[in-house]
Ligand binder design. Structure first.
Ligand code: ZN
Length: 511
């Protein structure tokens, strides 16, 4: 049995969560669920990055303390993820002085002891929007390329991490031990390395940054985001304290799921920090793209910001249409688009008309027969099922959520056509039962394949099919055994349950 430690980026709670947060959490959640179903031991961590100037400034504007602001906003994130069915085991907060700070402070001391931190007087270009010092590469015509503003010229004392010395080591690391997924994102990172790395600012004077973790032994300085935020991945495991859970790092496959905007910090700064602290580097970095809205960048000024809660409400609180949409429409690594029209189309065509109808037609007819299932032991069905599972698993194992789900959708489409061609309503007797039972068995496999993507729906399907294991399906300990993946693999399955509409018609259009 292998062990998986999977994490997402920690969210910055100076405003409400947006669809980008949701895309990332759903991606990681599908994988965490897949790992569990595969029989791996899994630890899945998410959390919030709560320090920094933007939090300080937002709090000032709202006449709150930074502490009050984060304590108000963080529960909004936690609640949303609960509603989305994100199956995280741990939620870490960087403002948690008991759980997070001790590891961060120890890590700082280790880096200092290793001689990779150095205090320097520094003149830099600081972008408050990015909340970091920009390098020459970030500047286009002396402006921040993301925020299109002239950064502030700042002269101050900073601790620096000597990242420039790590270039050659990182090149080797990223070619071998630390895998970036997908491949084209690795190429981008390698190109960054080719142009050489600069040292990075690791602290700021307390006078300019008060809301953060004080630098050990230099209380006039506050830690800057890197040592504070990146460290969450091991502070959640209690590293460098008396309750270290090293087995989730040393003996696990460590996977960080993050957005393309912060990829280079995870690819370059983080492993270098770990190396000098004597900690194993992570195994994989899965980089996702951004989500646009109706084909345009989501922004407040364009008024096209999609609120995750609105999408949930549109589908009556059911998170599965959104989970399905993001997995189906956005290949991991690429940018994707959220469109109300498209999500309704996907809901109606793929979920309602294909999956929902197929299940309903088969169940209604079987129910009428009022008899036990007879699944024929056809060798070609058994072989086809084995191949289906192999292809599906191979795609999910490689973080190709889109490809895996596409595989299932194509299968359901073929099933609909086969059903119409077989015209089971014209059959009688045992022939009819066998034909319908065959479709029911196919749908059983579909319900297991969609389980990591749309867990609630998968369980409803299994309940309607009358599967004996349906109740246990959402249990983290539920594993896809060989028997479950086999054709006619559930011997004590005799009768189907009550059919019900899986995806009710949409009542209202979004505003
Ligand atoms: Zn900026």
């Amino acid at each position: 049995m292998s062990r998986q430690y999977i994490t997402t980026a920690i969210d910055y709670p100076n405003a409400a969560p947006h669809m980008g947060h949701v895309l990332e959490k759903v991606l990681a959640d599908v994988m965490a669920r897949w790992f569990r179903l595969r029989g791996d031991e899994v630890r899945f961590q998410i959390g919030t990055d709560e320090h920094g100037i933007k939090i300080q400034q937002t709090a000032d504007k709202e006449k709150l303390t930074p502490r009050q602001l984060v304590d108000r906003n963080v529960p909004i994130f936690e609640e949303l993820y609960k509603k989305l069915g994100i199956s995280a085991d741990v939620f870490i907060r960087t403002s948690d002085e008991k759980k997070h700070w001790p590891t961060v402070k120890e890590l700082w001391k280790k880096l200092q002891a290793a001689g990779v931190l150095e205090k320097r007087t520094y003149t830099g270009f600081y972008c408050a929007g990015c909340e970091r010092f920009l390098t020459k590469k970030d500047l286009v015509e002396a402006m921040c390329d993301i925020h299109k503003v002239k950064p502030q010229e700042v002269k101050e004392e900073n601790w620096f991490f000597k990242l420039s010395e790590e270039t050659e080591w990182l090149k080797k690391l990223l070619k071998k031990e630390y895998k970036i997924i997908p491949q084209f994102r690795e190429n981008e990172t390698m190109a960054l390395l080719e142009s050489g790395l600069e040292d990075v600012s690791f602290s700021r004077p307390k006078s300019s940054l008060t809301w953060g973790i004080p630098v050990p032994g230099d209380e006039g300085q506050t830690m800057y985001v890197w040592c504070d935020a990146l460290t969450n991945y091991i502070s959640g495991l209690g590293y460098f304290t008396d309750h270290e859970e090293k087995t989730w790092w040393d003996d696990a496959t460590v996977t960080h799921v993050i957005g393309k905007d912060i990829a280079r910090f995870h690819a370059l700064i983080w492993p270098a920090m770990l190396k000098h602290a004597g900690v194993k580097v992570p195994d994989q970095l899965v980089i996702h793209g951004f989500l646009t809205s109706e084909g345009q960048k989501m922004s407040k000024s364009l008024g096209n910001v999609v609120k995750p809660d609105e999408v949930l409400a549109h589908f009556g609180g059911n998170p599965d249409p959104l989970r399905f949409y993001l997995s189906h429409e956005v290949p991991v690594g690429n940018d994707g688009d959220f469109s109300w029209k498209r999500i309704d189309e996907v809901y109606v065509s793929k979920l309602g008309n294909q999956l929902g109808n197929m299940l309903n037609r088969v169940l209604v007819m079987l129910k009428k027969e009022n008899t036990d299932l007879t699944i024929p032991a056809a060798a070609e069905d058994a072989a086809a099922t084995k191949k289906q599972w192999a292809d599906f698993s191979e795609k999910l194992d490689a973080f190709d959520l889109h490809g895996a789900l596409q595989h299932v959708v194509t299968g359901v489409d073929a099933m609909n056509r086969a059903f119409n061609a077989a015209e089971p309503w014209k059959l009688t007797g045992e022939k009819k039962i066998e034909a319908l039972s065959t479709f029911a068995e196919c749908l059983r496999h579909v319900s297991l394949m969609v389980l990591p993507f749309i867990p609630g729906t998968a369980q409803k399907m299994a309940m309607q099919l009358g599967l004996p294991y349906a109740d246990a399906m959402l249990d983290p300990a539920f594993v896809l055994t060989d028997a479950l993946k086999q054709w006619n693999g559930v011997k004590d399955w005799k009768r189907v349950g009550e059919p019900a509409i899986l995806f009710p018609p949409l009542e209202k259009k979004p505003a």
